[in-house]
Design a protein around this ligand. Structure first.
Ligand code: PXG
Length: 471
C-alpha cells in the first residue's frame, strides 16, 4: 500500500508541474461555479490525440448548431467534417434533442436481454426498409467498433451452425479501419493502430489497398484503374483454401485512412469471388452509411450488396452513441432452425437498442427523409467535386479525390516529419474558422449534408488560404 501512496503523491506533484490551464479558464466560468476544485485538464486521457501537446494548447468546443461549432472562447468554426463523419443532418437539430429528452422522461433504460421496448422494433423495421436487397434484420450495438466485432462474430457463428466450422479465417485489407477493438484492429490495416498491442486475432490475411498515385492521382469519383487488385482475393483463396475463410471485410470507400475511393469494378469483383467460394462479404458502412455518398448506403451507390453491413455514426446523427449490423435474410434465417427456446446468438450489449439511442435514431431518420438529405448530398456532389479539384496546383497538393460529399486532399509529406504539414494546415484552417480532419498528410472533408453551396465555397476557400500559408 505504501507504494500506492507514493505513486499518488508523485502524480499530484506531476499535476502541480503541469500547465496551469483549467477548464474554468477555458470556459470563462468563475472558479466557484466549477464542479470540483480539480476540474483541470490533467485527468482526461484524450483519445487518438497527443495529450501533452493538446493540453499545452487545448481546443475546446462549447456549442454547436447546424453547420457550426462555437469554441469556448466564442470563435465560430464551420464544421467541415460533420464532427467525426457522424453529424449528417447538422448539429443540435431540435427534433432529435426533443425526442431524446422526451424518451429520457418516459423511459430511460429498458432491460435489453429477454425484454425489449417498442422503439427498438420500430427502428429495426425502418432500417430494414431502407437497406438494400434482403438486408432485413439488424443487431444493435453502441458504436462502429462494436458493430465490427458483432459482424465478425455473426460470420463465424453462421458458418458453424451450418456445419462449416472450419471457416474461421477473415480477410481484411491494408489501410482498412474497422474500429479499435481486437477483431477490428486485426482485420484492419493501419499499422499505427496495431503495432502497440502485440497479439491480434489469429488467421487473418489482408488484401492490398487500392491507393496508387501513379495511376489514379486527381481522379474524379471512382478511379478507372485498379479493379484487378480484387483478384488478390482469388490468390488468398488458393493459398488458404475457401473452406477456411469465413468472411471478407472492407470499407466500400475507405475513410479514416484518407479517402480511398474504390476503383471501377473492384467491389463487383470482390462480390463475385466471395459468391464463388461461399465467403461472406461484410461492408463496413460506419462512415458511408446514411447519405454520405448521396445514397442511403454505399451498397446502394455502388450496386453491390454485402451479406452483412455495419453501421454507426449517422444512424443517430452522432447525438447518442449507436451502431448496428444489418444482416441478410438468409444469414438470419440460418440461425432460426434450432429449438425455439434456445438463444440463437450468444452476443449482445447492455445498451443494445438503448431507448435514448432509438429515439434519437428515429428522429434522425425522419429528418433525413423529410428533408431529402441523401438526394441533397447527391445533388451537391457535382459542385463539391469542382470546388475540391480547384485546389489542384496549390503548394504541396499531390492528389485530390472525391465521391459524394467526401473529399481527400493529399499533401507531400515534409522530409523526415510526416504528418506535420497537414497538421499545420489543420491549425491554419482553425485560425480562419474552419474545422477539417487530417490523417497523416491527408486532409479529409465530409461536411454535414445540409451544407450550402456558399458554405462549400467557404470550406475550399479557407482551405486554399491555409494551404498557401503552410510551407
Ligand atoms: N468502421 C469504420 C469504417 C469507421 O470509420 C469505425 C468502424 C469505428 O467506429 P467507432 O464508433 O467505434 O469509433 C469507424 C470509425 C476519422 C475518424 O477521422 C474515423 C472514425 C472514427 C474517428 C475518426 O477518419 N471512424
Amino acid at each position: 500500500m505504501s507504494g500506492a501512496k507514493t505513486s499518488t503523491a508523485d502524480s499530484s506533484k506531476n499535476r502541480d508541474k503541469s500547465p496551469k490551464k483549467t477548464i474554468a479558464a477555458q470556459t470563462q466560468r468563475a472558479p466557484s461555479q466549477s464542479a470540483t476544485a480539480r476540474n483541470d485538464l490533467e485527468a482526461y486521457w484524450v483519445p487518438f490525440t497527443p495529450n501533452r501537446q493538446f493540453k499545452a494548447a487545448p481546443r475546446l468546443i462549447a456549442k454547436a448548431k447546424d453547420m457550426h461549432y462555437e469554441m469556448t472562447d466564442g470563435r465560430k468554426l464551420l464544421d467541415g467534417s460533420a464532427g467525426l463523419w457522424c453529424v449528417n443532418a447538422g448539429h443540435c437539430r431540435d427534433e432529435i434533442a426533443d425526442a431524446i429528452a422526451a424518451q429520457a422522461h418516459e423511459m430511460d433504460y429498458a432491460t435489453a436481454f429477454q425484454m425489449s421496448h417498442p422503439k427498438a422494433f420500430e427502428l429495426a423495421s425502418r432500417l430494414a426498409g431502407m437497406a438494400p436487397g434482403d438486408l432485413d434484420h439488424v443487431f444493435f450495438t453502441n458504436s462502429g467498433s462494436e458493430s465490427v466485432e458483432t459482424a465478425l462474430k455473426i460470420a463465424l457463428a453462421y458458418h458453424k451452425i451450418r456445419g462449416e466450422g472450419s471457416r474461421t479465417r477473415f480477410i481484411g485489407r491494408e489501410r482498412g479501419y474497422h474500429g479499435v477493438n481486437f477483431g477490428g484492429i486485426s482485420v484492419g490495416g493501419i499499422v499505427g493502430n496495431r503495432k502497440q498491442f502485440g497479439n491480434m486475432l489469429n488467421g487473418v490475411d489482408h488484401l492490398p489497398h487500392t491507393h496508387n498515385l501513379e495511376h489514379n492521382a486527381f481522379s474524379r469519383g471512382q478511379p478507372a484503374w485498379g479493379a484487378h487488385l480484387a483478384d488478390a482475393l482469388e490468390s488468398l483463396v488458393t493459398l488458404h483454401d475457401a473452406s477456411t475463410i469465413a468472411a471478407v471485410i472492407v470499407e466500400p470507400m475507405a475513410g479514416s485512412t484518407g479517402v480511398l475511393v474504390p476503383p471501377q469494378g473492384y467491389l463487383e469483383k470482390l462480390r463475385a469471388i466471395c459468391d464463388k467460394h461461399g465467403i461472406l462479404l461484410i461492408f463496413d458502412e460506419v462512415i458511408t452509411g446514411f447519405g454520405r455518398l448521396g445514397a442511403s448506403f454505399a451498397a446502394d451507390y455502388f450496386g453491390v450488396i454485402p451479406d452483412l453491413m455495419t453501421m454507426a455514426k449517422g444512424i443517430s446523427n452522432g447525438a447518442v452513441p449507436m451502431g448496428g449490423v444489418m444482416v441478410r435474410k438468409g444469414v438470419y434465417d440460418a440461425f432460426m432452425n434450432g429449438p425455439e427456446g434456445t438463444i440463437e446468438l450468444f452476443h449482445g450489449y447492455t445498451y443494445s437498442a438503448h431507448p435514448l439511442a432509438c429515439a434519437a435514431a428515429l428522429a434522425t431518420l425522419d429528418i433525413y427523409e423529410r428533408d431529402n438529405l441523401f438526394q441533397r448530398a447527391a445533388d451537391l456532389s457535382g459542385p463539391w467535386e469542382e470546388a475540391a479539384h480547384a485546389l489542384r496546383g496549390l503548394p504541396n497538393v499531390i492528389d485530390i479525390r472525391n465521391i459524394g460529399l467526401v473529399a481527400g486532399i493529399e499533401l507531400a509529406p515534409r522530409p523526415g516529419a510526416p504528418g506535420t504539414r497537414a497538421f499545420d494546415v489543420f491549425l491554419e484552417c482553425q485560425k480562419r474558422g474552419l474545422l477539417i480532419r487530417v490523417t497523416g498528410d491527408i486532409i479529409a472533408l465530409s461536411p454535414p449534408l445540409i451544407v450550402s453551396q456558399a458554405q462549400i465555397e467557404e470550406i475550399f476557400g479557407i482551405l486554399a488560404e491555409a494551404l498557401r500559408s503552410v510551407a
